[in-house]
Design a protein around this ligand. Structure first.
Ligand code: COD
Ligand code: ATP
Length: 205
């Protein structure tokens, strides 16, 4: 057993750089649990696919019969009450299953000599997973910088705004965090800041 393993959650706005921070923690020796990837794997579970088809029909499947993420995104993001209802449905189907996977990974890691596990989950606080964490780091990046970085994903400003609007307000995420990392500079500067924080959190462990 490894009772000293630290569990670190990452929060921040859309395209704030949570995955970039997680990548630096991984280089320093942390294990990273990527909730977006776990969500994608969960969408591929047949039972989940059937739940989504029962609500949205076959239009939500791609030509291979797999759940089409763009089709789902179109139904759940948006500032209408109807989109919020569909998003709630999706999250009720996915979040308990993703959490199970996160907890199973944490149990496995706690039995290894891993010093820290990092949970990279855009909805960490909204989903109530903050309670799994010893520390929560807010990745602080101005909105304009995030918008321009999100363009590299071929997201329009509208797509950015739709997703950001479906999340907890930035000020609340920041207030809930135990630490803040600024990501308005270069990746090199970010790496240096994350390294400093790693040593602060883990000491000589
Ligand atoms: C809606 C889906 C199919 C869209 O897939 P797509 O490939 O376009 O986006 P991807 O999953 O890579 O997410 C990219 C970003 O969108 C935002 N986002 C994703 N899901 C949500 C959500 N439910 N609410 C608000 N923002 C979200 C996050 O900032 C995330 O980092 C997918 O995001 C999904 O299944 N979401 C529900 C599960 C979930 O809540 N995931 C977040 C991790 S817990
Ligand atoms: N300091 C930086 N300088 C330049 N590009 C950066 C920097 N930090 C992150 N990026 C880039 O910005 C984009 C968004 O970063 P990243 O994917 O880490 O954000 P995220 O918070 O995980 O996003 P989301 O939760 O929306 O998926 C990526 O293309 C990443 O390479």
């Amino acid at each position: 057993m490894n009772p000293t393993m630290k569990i670190i959650g990452l929060v921040g706005g859309v395209a704030s750089g949570k995955s970039a921070v997680a990548a630096t923690f991984a280089e320093l020796g942390a294990a990273v649990l990527d909730a977006d990837r776990l969500a994608h794997a969960t969408l591929a579970v047949p039972e989940v696919r059937d739940i989504l088809v029962s609500r949205w029909g076959n239009a939500v499947l791609d030509s291979h019969g797999e759940v089409s993420r763009p089709a789902v995104a179109n139904r759940v993001f948006g500032d209408t009450a109807a989109a919020a209802v569909e998003r709630d449905f999706l999250e009720k189907a996915l979040h308990p299953r993703i959490r199970q996977r996160v907890e199973a990974d944490l149990d496995r890691l706690a039995k290894s000599d891993t010093k820290a596990a990092v949970i990279d989950a855009p909805l960490l606080l909204e989903a109530g997973w903050g309670e799994l964490c010893d520390e929560v780091i807010f990745v602080d990046t101005p909105r304009k910088t995030r918008e321009s970085r999100a363009k590299r994903r071929n997201w329009t400003l509208q797509e950015f705004t739709r997703r950001e609007g479906a999340q907890m307000p930035i000020t609340e995420k920041r207030a809930a965090a135990s630490h803040v990392v600024s990501n308005d500079g270069t990746l090199k500067e970010l790496n240096a800041e994350v390294s400093r924080l790693w040593h602060e959190l883990l000491g000589s462990a």
